[in-house]
Design a protein around this ligand. Structure first.
Ligand code: PMP
Length: 296
């Protein structure tokens, strides 16, 4: 029998089938918690420090004090990967408010629960990278920055899940959320870019989008390739008439979007800038300088 993956919970390791937390944990009862999705490529964790920094920013926003230093969290992630003998993995680092009572008051939770899952993820069909995905603008607006916006990478993902349900019903691969003002915000777990006249545009985080670590890296790569990249409000009209559109995210990596609400994006095939960025991105994730080695 294949050995079960081990899951880190509060400093100890449990086989996947027995990795359990209390039903009184406020992460479950109220979605009160934060997380990061991180990837390891060929023995090194891509942008681990950046993910841990963002985790602490989310924690700061919800006034959750993580009872570990950033360095301890980094070491715990690396140790979990080593215990599972993984060189390539999707890592889910979760911190909940912890066990409390049935009231939502977070001050009654004694200590946060810390969970590290190292596994794999498949968000899209294998051919998605080559052929692109279809998407729809959803009626579900992204929660704005004066609510539970995705700026906070919280355990409350109903906003995205509602949008994904609509995409499932419509028979398309992905949903795109608009912001409160009708501008494009982001995908359900991805940032979005469009290309026009050799320039790239992406919505700013004040639309309620998560400031993506992949988006930041893709912005750097695109600038290095000579493309101007600007954050700006993007209208549905601009999205439908883009020369190229693509999603970025840790899980998704870079995924071309070729059709939105039945409007074909340009040729209906992944565009040249998208393809070039995908090629560059697949090199950068393997660059040891960009990651933290699992095995020293
Ligand atoms: N937006 C949302 C809502 C997400 O959940 C994610 C995935 N973390 C992203 C964007 C992409 O962010 P990143 O590139 O940091 O994974």
């Amino acid at each position: 029998m294949e050995k079960e993956l081990l899951v880190y919970i509060d400093g100890s390791y449990h086989p996947k089938s027995q990795a359990k937390i209390s039903v009184f944990d406020h992460g479950l009862l109220y979605g009160d918690g934060i997380f990061e999705g991180i990837r390891a490529y060929n023995g090194s964790v891509f942008k681990l420090k950046e993910h841990v920094d963002r985790l602490y920013r989310s924690a700061h926003m919800i006034m959750l004090e993580i009872p570990m230093t950033k360095e301890h969290i980094i070491q715990a992630v690396l140790e979990t990967l080593r215990k599972n003998n993984l060189k390539d993995s999707y890592i889910r680092l979760v911190i909940t408010r912890g066990v409390g009572d049935l009231g939502l008051n977070p001050t009654l939770c004694a200590k946060p629960t810390i969970i590290i899952i190292t596994d794999t993820i498949a968000l899209h069909k294998v051919e998605a990278k080559e052929k692109g995905v279809t998407a729809m603008l959803s009626w579900v607006k992204r929660d704005p920055v004066d609510a539970t916006s995705h700026e906070i990478k919280s355990l409350n993902y109903l906003n995205s899940i509602l949008a994904k349900i609509e995409a499932n019903i419509a028979g398309v691969d992905e949903a795109i959320c608009l912001d409160k003002n009708g501008f494009i915000c982001e995908g359900v777990a991805e940032n979005i870019f469009i290309a026009k006249n050799g320039k790239l545009f992406t919505p700013p985080s004040y639309t309620g989008a998560l400031p993506g670590i992949t988006a930041e890296e893709v912005t750097k790569l695109a600038r290095r390739l000579g493309h101007e990249v600007k954050e700006k409000n993007i209208t549905p009209y601009e999205l439908f008439n883009a020369e190229e559109a693509f999603f970025t995210g840790t899980g998704a990596e870079i995924i071309p979007v070729v059709e939105i609400n039945k409007r074909i994006i340009n040729s209906g095939k992944p565009g040249p800038i998208t393809k070039r960025l995908m090629a560059e991105f697949s090199k950068v994730v393997l660059d040891p300088k960009e990651g933290t080695a699992i095995y020293k």
